[in-house]
Ligand binder design. Structure first.
Ligand SMILES: [Zn+2]
Length: 510
């Protein structure tokens, strides 16, 4: 056998059997790793083999961000960017500025603020938005994706009046006189989204390209493309890019629960597709976000009732479709366990997304039911700091219990939940997971959560996630060795200098 490319004299960590011990040479042929070891790998050099001298640079498998809202993030790039705003005035200024880019008839959309970062510590009122948006329908989304504020024109377009009841799994914010104040929580967000003109396929394609640029630059070669709603144009956007050869990352596309019947009617099973775009899990929301998570002590919002969830998981399991259930509180996680147990869905590796409040009895059940926890390590830090506000649990060791879950035998896959996290760079999360005083895990464990565990979650652990021979040559090359002796690495700023997908360069230079 002759290699197409040999990476020589590096510090190559396969994260497979050899774990973190660096090997010096890696050979690639036909898009796959064909050898990894020492100097003997040079025997695969032929007359056309390109040899790159790494001069001690580190190489890792490409990251797998198991849950990132690719299209949604991309679309927000065309909206008013509200990230980092410190007050309602600033939100209004940015909306005003952004409105200059809009045509008559366009809706205005802003996104990325957080109420707890505003000096007012409250959501804006619709009349405040009206001051700058006028007659144009407009709404703004909080960064967590679970709260929205609409202006008066958007509420009117949606037909929301004093009499409109709260939708199931959602809430309409109201003034003392019962008139809607603009705030829409959880499923109530749909009331305005459903009447807004939808972005078309072309916009979605542009959005994916913007998200891809960001993800690939962070060393992410595989992404679980999370969705909140079902749009056929999302899948079409990835397919279009893959067909044109413009897709530079592997996409596992979630299918909204609304598409369950359509997918099973077509015979689409989880994993359908190729190595670039494949049909992923059916996404369903069990509880809400922030203070609306469903905990055993009561309260929270149930976006899907226990009964509905049991039905949905049974239908999906029968159709060969994995389910990815958004469940943050222990009551929601328990409901998902009950549903998987009733469905006999062990073989489908059903997933719990977030899995934030997860005490030991549920950790054991997840393991027993063959389920996967898809978590956001940076959110864990936030969750623990904010736990007194958001999470009414006494024992903080049960918050984001990476260590407990892993010890119980639950595969834990890490993710950014982009744009909840505005930068999908995995390194700060890896550091947080390792340095965590309560639930800290090993560096190797954290790196595997961002690589092979994501591959396991999509049934691709034999295909990618490590740099062992036979695996896809999806990898990232660094400048120097960030995992070496230097204790002063700036993890927030750390970027690979080159990223390869199937042995071909998709970012940076070698
Ligand atoms: Zn999400």
């Amino acid at each position: 056998m002759v290699a197409d490319l040999i990476l020589a004299r590096g510090r190559i960590r396969t994260l497979g059997r050899t774990g973190l011990s660096p090997l010096s040479h890696l050979a690639i042929a036909g898009g796959k790793v064909v050898a990894c070891g020492g100097r003997e790998v040079m025997r695969l050099r032929g007359p056309r083999t390109r040899v790159v001298d790494l001069e001690g640079s580190a190489v890792l498998p490409g990251f797998n961000d198991a849950h990132a809202h690719v299209v949604y993030y991309g679309l927000t790039r065309f909206a008013a960017d509200l990230s980092g705003v410190r007050g309602i005035d600033e939100i209004l200024d940015r909306l005003k500025e952004h409105a200059r880019t809009l045509k008559p008839g366009d809706w205005e959309h802003g996104m990325g603020y957080r109420t707890d970062e505003l000096t007012e510590r409250r959501q804006p009122h619709r009349t405040e938005l009206d001051r700058v948006t006028g007659e144009r329908p407009a709404f703004i989304d909080e960064r967590g994706g679970h709260a929205r504020v609409a202006n008066s024109a958007a509420l009117a377009a949606a037909g929301i009046t004093t009499e409109t009841p709260n939708p199931k799994g959602g809430r309409i914010g109201r003034d003392l006189n019962r008139s809607a104040n603009g705030l829409l929580l959880e499923s109530a967000m749909r009331l305005v989204a459903d009447v807004q003109p939808l972005p078309g396929l072309e916009r979605r394609v542009e959005g994916v390209l913007k998200a891809q640029e960001l993800l690939v630059s962070r060393g992410i070669t595989s992404v679980g493309a999370a969705v909140n709603r079902g749009f056929a144009d999302d899948l079409r956007a990835y397919e279009t890019l893959a067909y044109d050869g413009r897709l530079r990352m592997r996409v596992n596309e979630f299918l909204s629960w609304e598409l369950l019947e359509a997918a099973s009617g077509l015979g689409v099973r989880t994993g359908f597709g190729g190595s670039m775009v494949r049909a992923g899990p059916i996404k369903v929301f069990v509880d809400g976000g922030a203070e609306r998570v469903a905990v055993r002590s009561g309260g929270g919002v149930w976006r899907t009732t226990r009964e509905e969830l049991r039905h949905l998981v049974a239908r999906a399991t029968a159709a060969g479709l994995q389910v990815a259930a958004h469940a943050i509180g222990d009551a929601a996680i328990e409901a998902m366990c009950d549903a998987v147990e009733a469905a006999g869905g062990r073989h489908l590796r059903h997933r719990v997304e977030h899995c934030t409040i997860c005490p030991p009895d549920l950790q054991a059940r997840l393991a027993q039911l063959g389920m996967v926890a898809v978590m956001q390590p940076v959110a864990a830090r936030f969750g623990r700091v904010a736990s007194t506000i958001f999470f009414p649990v006494r024992d903080r060791t049960h918050l984001a219990p990476h260590r407990g879950l892993m010890r119980a035998g639950v595969p834990v896959a890490f993710s950014s939940d982009l744009p909840v996290l505005l930068d999908p760079n995995p390194w700060p999360g890896i550091r947080v997971a390792v340095d965590d005083q309560v639930n800290g895990i090993s560096l190797l464990g954290a790196l595997r959560a961002y690589t092979s565990a994501g591959a396991y979650a999509t049934f691709e652990e034999d295909v990618k996630g490590t740099l062992e021979p036979g695996m896809l040559a999806d990898l990232q090359v660094y400048r120097g060795d960030p995992l070496g002796e230097d204790p002063n690495v700036n993890w927030e700023e750390l970027r690979p200098r080159a990223v390869l997908l199937g042995g071909a360069r998709v970012s940076g230079s070698l």
